[in-house]
Design a binder for this molecule. Structure first.
Ligand SMILES: [Zn+2]
Length: 607
């Protein structure tokens, strides 16, 4: 979006878009003193280190270092640019952005994403119209009625139908004067091989619009009415749709997931509709893809526990086992509900009803139990079978970090196999030992890498930088000291250019009478520096005036000492006739003098 957003509009948005409200939509927050904390949506963690401060309207993660204001959060969370994040928030909170100021070229450039979303909405309306209003939609409606889907459910999920034919949608959208190249970008329309024409990707299918949690149509799934293949066809990946991070039905299931703390995960659209219609409204579906870490992170923002509902066929069991690894990695508690032979959630619910479903859901197995039972079923109870079962379980057990749970699982497995638990223990110990050796090696490399990253971060490598950082922290946390910083012109002796730039911005903003950290973050306009400021602001250092003056004095003294040291080094270099070093040191001295002169003319104390 290439258009200018006036500063006052950005402030207006920051005033109305409360960071707690926005973050709460995707992170379960709990109040902790002045802050709200939750599990970070940007890295995997078991205990909350993601912190939001409503007073300062900022967030900071003590785990991965992510941080910023409400706009930075939307940018990072939705993966959008600054103007796009501003626009999303403006729309939501009814702040009018001056689109009128756009020139025709800028209007053409209006975000491609917006345009794709717009076309998707038109397409959804067309599919719905075909299903309910048109004679050619009859087969679709008949199919859905036979599957037991009520009118109410169809409307709630905006389900539609596209009749047979190659250009139904192409013609409809062309009449709306939507350019062909845009149609291609939505994935709804395909260009033929000869590049001489276009045709509909979806033909003679029930159409399920896929929404993002913000209620925008990002893609579609289409199901055939008979047994022809492919049974399901989904939109390709587009600028607005990625199947690995989209969950069908989440936009509707969100409130119930939060209320119950639980989400059911099913595999298909029809399964989800069956659950919904039977009063189970905290369900989402993966879209013909196996569960990803991204899915789990999204879910963590809405529930504390998931129940995976899988068919009992081989594919279903394999998928469940794969998912468990992801849940473990992302620290989300998962139960596995395997339906009786030959059933999927849809068929089970229509045959047995809601109460029966809820009853078997109560008996859903914990992840480890599920793995054990699957292994036993697969390997049998012969001697060789038992050995295979223990071997297949050893990695899972070794990776269970909680010792009590681990020993309970081992005991359980030993009981099930009717063997001595010390035999299993031995296997686990071997595995753990092997992992430790590998981790140690990886750990050493990791710590070396981390050290060098840290050193380069904002160049905070030496004593002087550390002190300058402390001064900036003080300026952010205790603005009452800013007049003193100005008076003594402290920033002019900063050596770290980035820190001094941030300091200058703080002073400029203060002069304008604006004390908001969130606005400061907008002004720095650099993701690394935004994180840095948020990390300083979220800390609750108790400054007082005397303490601040002491730090300033310390800073001035250390600068004096550095000057003194410099003079000493010059003398030594002279004595040793080290010309090269002498020239370098003289240059440093010249710089120092320049700073000193500037400070003196500004009325600051001489260093
Ligand atoms: Zn984090």
């Amino acid at each position: 979006m290439a258009f200018y957003i006036p500063e006052e509009k950005i402030s207006e948005i920051q005033n109305v878009a409360d960071i707690i409200d926005i973050v709460s939509e995707s992170v379960l927050l709990k109040k902790a003193g002045k802050n709200h904390i939750g599990l970070c949506p940007f890295h995997s963690e078991k205990t909350p280190s993601f912190t939001v401060n409503p007073e300062k309207q900022i967030f900071h993660c003590f785990g991965c270092g992510a941080g910023g204001n409400v706009i930075s959060f939307v940018m990072k969370h939705d993966g959008v640019s600054f103007p796009e994040a501003v626009q999303t928030l403006a729309k939501r909170f009814g702040v009018e952005l001056p689109m009128r100021n756009m020139n025709p070229a800028q209007k053409i450039e209006m975000s491609e994403k917006e345009q794709i979303l717009d076309v998707n909405r038109h397409a959804m309306q067309y599919f719905q119209h075909m299903l309910f209003q048109e004679f050619s939609g009859k087969p679709g409606l008949q199919y859905l009625t036979e599957r037991g889907i009520s009118r109410n459910t169809l409307e709630k999920f905006h389900i539609g139908y596209v009749p047979d034919g190659w250009t139904n949608l192409v013609e409809y959208l062309s009449r709306k004067r939507i350019p062909r190249n845009l149609l291609i970008k939505t994935g709804l329309v395909v260009e033929n091989k000869q590049k001489s024409g276009f045709y509909d990707r979806f033909r003679n299918r029930i159409m399920f619009p896929i929404f993002n949690p913000g209620n925008q149509v990002i893609g579609f799934g289409g199901r055939v009415l008979d047994n022809s293949l492919p049974k399901y066809l989904n939109s390709p990946e587009t600028l607005v749709y990625s199947k690995s991070s989209s969950l069908y039905g989440l936009h509707i299931a969100k409130p119930e997931c939060r209320k119950t703390g639980t989400a059911y995960i099913v595999e298909g659209y029809m399964d989800l509709l069956a659950l919904w219609q039977h009063g189970i409204q905290n369900a989402v579906a993966t879209l013909g893809t196996s569960l990803t870490s991204e899915h789990v992170r999204i879910l963590k923002g809405h529930c504390e526990k998931v129940v995976l509902v899988y068919d009992s066929d081989e594919a279903g069991l394999k998928a469940a086992a794969r998912s468990i690894e992801i849940f473990n990695k992302e620290y989300l508690n998962a139960l596995i509900l395997v339906l009786p032979n030959g059933h999927d959630p849809d068929s089970y619910l229509f045959k047995n009803g809601e109460a029966a479903f809820k009853a078997i859901a109560q008996e859903a197995l914990g992840a480890m139990e599920f793995l054990m039972e699957s292994a036993i079923r697969k390997n049998g109870m012969s001697l060789e079978g038992k050995v295979r079962t223990v071997t297949s379980m050893k990695d899972y057990l070794a990776n269970t970090s909680d010792h009590v749970s681990r020993s309970l699982y081992i005991k359980k497995l030993a009981e099930r196999l009717n063997i001595d638990d010390s035999a299993i223990m031995e296997k686990i110990r071997e595995t753990i030992q092997k992992q430790k050796t590998e981790n140690n090696r990886a750990g050493i490399i990791h710590s070396i890498n981390q050290q060098s990253t840290r050193m380069s971060e904002a160049g905070l490598s030496n004593e002087s930088d550390r002190m300058e950082k402390k001064i900036i922290a003080m300026m952010v946390q205790y603005p009452e000291i800013l007049p003193e910083i100005c008076k003594q012109d402290i920033l002019s002796c900063f050596e770290n250019k980035v820190l001094s730039k941030i300091g200058v911005l703080i002073l400029e903003q203060h002069e304008k009478g604006d004390r908001s950290v969130s606005s400061l973050i907008v002004r720095v306009n650099n993701p690394e520096q935004e994180k840095f400021i948020a990390s300083l602001a979220i800390e609750n250092n108790k400054w007082n005036h005397a303490g601040c003056l002491k730090l300033i004095k310390q800073f001035v003294l250390s600068k004096n000492k550095r000057n003194h040291d410099l003079l000493m080094r010059i003398k030594t270099a002279e004595a040793q006739n080290d010309d090269k070093l002498l020239i370098a040191l003289m240059e440093q001295l010249r710089d120092q003098k320049k700073i000193q002169k500037k400070r003196e003319s500004a009325g600051g104390k001489t260093l």
